[in-house]
Design a protein around this ligand. Sequence first.
Ligand SMILES: [Zn+2]
Length: 176
Amino acid sequence: MPGEPLAVEEEALPLQGAYIDEKGLVRSQVFGLKVFDRYKKQVYVRQVKNIELIKPGTIVEAYVEAVTDELAFLKIYSVEGQRVEASGIIHVSQASNEFTQSLLGAIRPGDFVKAKVLNNSIPYQLTIKEPGLGVIEAYCSVCGSPLYKSNDKLVCNTCGNIEKRKTSLNYIHVSR
Ligand SMILES: [Zn+2]
C-alpha cells in the first residue's frame, strides 16, 4: 500500500516504488508486492496492475481523489479482493437516481466508494447509482473523524458536523 513501511534506511536502499521519509523509514510509493533483497540491501515494490480484471459490470472499490460539479476522479484500488491500480471517473449523471445538481452533494475527495464499471478502457467510467453502490467510508471534512451513517445523513460524532453523500448499503460506520 502507498505509505506502508518496508524497511529502515540502514537495512535497504529504496529502488523503484519506494522512498525514504524524513524519519529514515523506507516506505512504499505504489500498490504492489514488496521485494526485499537482504544480500544486496535493496528494497523495491513491484507494481500490481491486474487491470485485466476490470470489465464492464465489474464491481470495484475506489478512492476519490478530486471532485468537480460534473466529474469525480478516482483511483481504483481493488477488484474482488485483488489489488489493482487504475484511474476511474464518475459523471454527475451516474451518481444518483435523484437529481443531483453537483457531484459534491454525492461524493467528496477522500471518500472510499464501491462502484460498477461501465466501459472497457482507461479511464474507467463508473456508476454508483444502485443501492449497493456509493460511498462505503467517509471522513469529516471539518475534523477528519469517521462519519457515521444515521438515516439519510452522515454524522461526525466528534464535532457534530453533518454531511451528505450517496452512500452504499454497505457503508462501514453505522450509528448505534
Ligand atoms: Zn468532525
